[in-house]
Design a protein around this ligand. Structure first.
Ligand SMILES: Nc1ncnc2c1ncn2[C@@H]1O[C@H](COP(=O)(O)OP(=O)(O)O)[C@@H](O)[C@H]1O
Ligand SMILES: O=P(O)(O)OC[C@H]1O[C@](O)(COP(=O)(O)O)[C@@H](O)[C@@H]1O
Ligand SMILES: [Mg+2]
Length: 530
């Protein structure tokens, strides 16, 4: 079972080399995955990984390779701090404290007016272990190896949370929040937590930039003043209080606008594209020597940001998808020779489809962008559907939107952000199923459900609500601590700060070698479709 089991190799030459020269996320593209090149996305990513491999690599014959690798890792995962640019940046005692949540003074030079001695601060040197499995062999399921022997190498990243010293005086802060890209459950929860936390630090000037990066350049759009009162109940509904958009002004225009408005803390909620923008804004601010903290909060319903356990909204999406899957199941099960098809989001990553299929227990065939499949032929989907109809009487298919794009007419259409606009694979499978069963003279009743926007517009569930709260609060702590060009995430259940480039070098993909994909296949019982 599974498309990859035969491709596993222990050969030293085929295992990946980690490029010591900033090889973002190469460890995720292990050679077994790249050998398969099972989808267009995988081909593209592996091709770029190959390119990176050509730059100076770690010499594993060097007895010191491990310490050199770790040193380089530490450099890559260093989180940029204001003091690196501004020699005169002086910290003050934090105005955030555990016991008192209402600043009593407008002047914060002496720190928070509290008698408490212990405030529960994070030490700047606290670290979180990024990888926690010690793979004893490169052949272990899902092994992410650095060297050919899969040696255990500790990789530490910075722990998130409030610091004892802060680099911004709250009375001098003008904080802005912007939400970009598509909607995602939890955006309002994050906005709310950022505002509430800023106020606890003592910030009075908090604004929302309307409709994503566009709000920086469109003179018709004015910034929205934010306060605890304004955001108190926003998490009770989905969407974004501030609005979202794709495309928009270039980076220098955004930074011009920030300078004009006097924004010195920017919280950017968005996915890969938005974070690329945030990194560019951070770099432009440094170039112009402006004292600004730019902090991202990863928003991607597709869960396609690297290194994180999950991103907010994903859990809600998987839960909400259950309703669509269950409806497809009921329809298929109640019809004579019923086939239900559900398309779920996932531009290049099949996490929602995989998790929703596993959670439902009602899916017979799960199709994701990372794993190639045939529709026709002896091992194709249609042949398996015939088998399911004959043996079970009905079948349910869950397909990620980015899966099987090779079967569809390419339009080269792009959205305003430059993302490829996909054809509808769900409609294609529906049409091909009807056509095939007509040709072989077997009646089928095919029902297709596309719940994409119903799922995306939901409010966050309880688990995402908690994730949003922690991420939003930590984003503010990171900015006050003087970091910029960072994003917040959850790694191995702990909250961390990561430098933006490390999490967006390519979309995070489902590893067809992972235990989770194998669990999904075990649950659906589907064969390889190649
Ligand atoms: N490489 C990039 N550099 C700067 N800005 C970008 C880049 N890619 C996308 N953006 C901007 O980020 C915003 C969101 O991007 P998009 O791809 O639509 O969503 P997401 O952030 O969810 O991936 C858009 O306003 C877009 O113009
Ligand atoms: O119709 P839109 O707004 O372009 O959004 C569709 C896209 O939004 C997503 O749900 C998430 O995309 P983003 O992370 O870029 O917001 C994708 O799965 C989907 O392709
Ligand atoms: Mg994106």
């Amino acid at each position: 079972m599974g498309t990859i089991s035969h491709a596993i190799t222990t050969s030293k030459v085929t295992l990946p080399r980690i490029d010591s020269n900033r090889s973002y996320g190469l460890q995720h593209l292990n050679s077994r995955f790249c050998q398969l090149k099972s989808s267009r996305v995988a081909k593209k990513l592996c091709a770029s990984a190959e390119t990176r491999k050509r730059s100076p690599a770690v010499d594993f014959n060097d007895p010191d390779w491990k310490s050199k690798f770790q040193k380089d890792f530490e450099r890559r995962f260093n989180i940029p701090h204001l003091t690196e640019i501004f020699d005169d940046a002086v910290p003050i005692p934090s105005t955030f404290c555990l016991k008192m949540r209402t600043p009593v003074s407008e002047e914060f030079a002496a720190g928070y007016p509290s008698d408490e001695e212990w405030h529960g601060y994070i030490n700047n040197n606290d670290r979180v272990l990024l990888k926690v499995i010690n793979y004893s062999s490169p052949t272990s399921a899902g092994a992410e190896c650095i060297d050919p022997d899969c040696t255990w190498v500790e990789q530490w990243v910075h722990r998130a949370g409030p610091r004892e010293k802060i680099y911004f005086r709250p009375e001098e802060v003008k904080a802005a929040i912007v939400t970009c890209g598509g909607l995602c459950p939890g955006l309002n929860d994050v906005i709310r937590q950022i505002v509430i936390t800023l106020e606890i630090y003592g910030v009075k000037k908090i604004v929302g930039i309307p409709f994503g990066y566009r709000g920086f350049s469109d003179v018709e759009l004015s910034e929205m003043p934010l306060s605890r009162k304004v955001v108190q109940n926003v998490h009770l509904s989905g969407g974004s209080l501030l609005g979202v958009s794709r495309g928009g002004p270039d980076v220098s225009e955004i930074v011009d606008s920030m300078e004009e408005r006097g924004i010195n803390m920017l919280f950017v909620l968005g996915g890969n594209g938005t974070h690329a923008g945030a990194e560019a804004i951070h770099n432009e601010c440094r170039k112009r020597q402006i004292r600004v903290a730019v902090v991202g909060v990863p928003k991607t319903i597709d869960n396609d940001i690297l290194l994180m356990d999950k991103t907010f909204g994903f859990d809600t999406a998987v839960e909400e998808a259950q309703r669509a899957i269950n409806s497809a199941y009921i329809e298929a099960h109640s019809a004579y020779h019923g086939v239900g098809i559900v398309k779920l989001m996932g531009r290049s990553s099949g996490f929602i489809a995989m998790h929703a299929s596993l959670a439902s227990g009602q899916i017979d065939i799960c199709l994701i962008p990372e794993v190639r499949f045939n529709l026709h032929g002896p091992h194709g989907i249609l042949q398996h559907l015939k088998y399911l109809i004959e043996t079970k009487g009905s079948a349910v298919v869950c397909v990620a939107e980015g899966a099987g794009q090779d079967f569809l007419q390419k339009t080269n259409a792009k959205d305003a952000s430059g993302n490829t606009v996909f054809g509808d694979i769900g409609v294609h499978i529906q049409q091909e199923t009807k056509k095939h069963f007509k040709e072989i003279g077997v009646p089928v009743d095919v029902k297709y459900i596309d719940p994409t926007y119903m799922i995306r517009a939901c409010r966050a569930n309880a688990s995402d609500g908690i994730l949003c709260a922690v991420l939003g609060q930590n984003a503010v702590h990171g900015a006050f601590a003087g970091y910029s060009g960072i994003t917040v995430g959850i790694c191995n259940t702990h909250y961390v700060y990561l430098p933006i480039p490390e999490v967006i070098s390519h979309p995070r993909l489902v590893d067809p070698n992972s235990r989770m994909w194998h669990r999904c296949l075990t649950s659906t019982g589907q064969p390889d479709f190649i």
